[in-house]
Structure formats: structure tokens, C-alpha cells
Design a protein around this ligand. Sequence first.
Ligand SMILES: N[C@@H](CCC(=O)N[C@@H](CS)C(=O)NCC(=O)O)C(=O)O
Length: 224
Amino acid sequence: MTLELISSDRCPFVQRSIITLEHKSVPYTITYIDPYDPPEWFSALSPLGKVPVLKIDDREVLFESAVINEYLDEITPGSMHPADPLEKAKNRAWIEFGAGSLGNTFNIMAVESEAEYNKVKQALRDALERLEGVCSDGPYFNGEHFSLIDTSYAPLFIRLSLLQEMTGLSVMEGLPKVTRWQASLLALPEVQKSRAPNLQTRFVELMQQKKAWGLSLLKPEYLP
Ligand SMILES: N[C@@H](CCC(=O)N[C@@H](CS)C(=O)NCC(=O)O)C(=O)O
């Protein structure tokens, strides 16, 4: 079987699938495109016009990161979901919940006013407070077992940590469980490997392109 992941180097949803592929040691190739200026073949391939898309044997196409991840998990040994149906359903629901915060890590680098920035920051904080109420004492969301839900939140924690480093964004105070969860995920090789090496530069490019208010918070060492 051949697997090709159609990707963009700035996309957190793509990272979810890379982490699963790496964690399960599945061989794959990766093809980068710009989903906002896609080649024609991509528009024909992708029903929603979004990355990631997984091509299987150059024949079948899967889209939606959560669906791609479940497929990858099911075709490889060992399950990355809780066995209990209710726990599994709850994990799926919280995976969906995380998509909004991933979008907000983009929004916080794109909005043009301080008021909008503070609104997005508050939405991120509210989401993290909710997660504090449902995640385990660590190291991962479900406890000892690294699960698909962890692959879904790792890209969020990468972005929050980068934004903290680059702009001083702080949304984690007083949230010990989420802070521990973030540290456990950031320490994993598959999580580090999923991150494009030029992510900081790409964030600055995005903020410049959007004339984002967040640029005013950028520490001097990150200024272009
Ligand atoms: N729900 C989708 C979201 C994927 C997504 O939003 N991808 C963005 C890049 S990070 C994209 O391809 N956007 C292109 C567009 O909206 O035209 C998933 O989980 O796979």
C-alpha cells in the first residue's frame, strides 16, 4: 500500500495526520501545495478544497484530518482510541472541539485590531479552561495512553508555545493539567517532527500579510 499525504507546511490539521503516521511508523510520502492557491489537480481531488488529503494507492482519496487519523489507526496494529465506546465517543467529541481553537491560533495572527485580538485570546482561554476540566492528570489526555485525541491537540500546543515565545501570549496560567499535557506532547519526537522547521517565519509572514495587530507584540528578535 502507498500513502501520499497532500499537505501545507503551515496547516495544523495536516500535522494531526503526520503525528499519527509517525507514531504508527507508517511509510508515507508528503506533497506540499498552497491550499489557498491550489493546483488544478488538487481542486479535482479534494471535495472541500482543504488539506490534508490522503491518497491511497494513487486511487482512493480520504479527506478530513480526524477521519484520516481513524483510518490510519485502524489499518495498523494497536488502537489509539479508548476501547470503551462512551470514552471513545467523548474523545471524538473533544477532538471536534479542538478544531475551533486551531482556527483561533490562525485568527489571533490575522485579526487587525486589539479588540478582535482580545476576543480571540479569550476564546482560546475559555477552551483551555474547559479542557482543564476533562483531561487526565497526565501525561496524556486519557492518562498513560497516547491517543488520537493527543495527535489532534499537539498542533494547538505547538502554536500556543510558539506564540508565547514570539509574542508573549499567555493563556495557560492556573491550568496545571493542560500545562502538563502540553509539556508531555511537546516532548514527543513525532510531535516535533510534524512541525515545519520554518513555522516561526511562516507565522511572521502571515501576520505581515494580514497586517495583524499581533505584529505589535512581536519580540524584536522575530521582527523581519
Ligand atoms: N476540518 C478540516 C480542516 C482542514 C483545513 O481547514 N485546512 C486548511 C489549511 S490549515 C485549508 O486547506 N484551507 C483551504 C481553504 O479553506 O480554502 C480537517 O480537519 O482536515
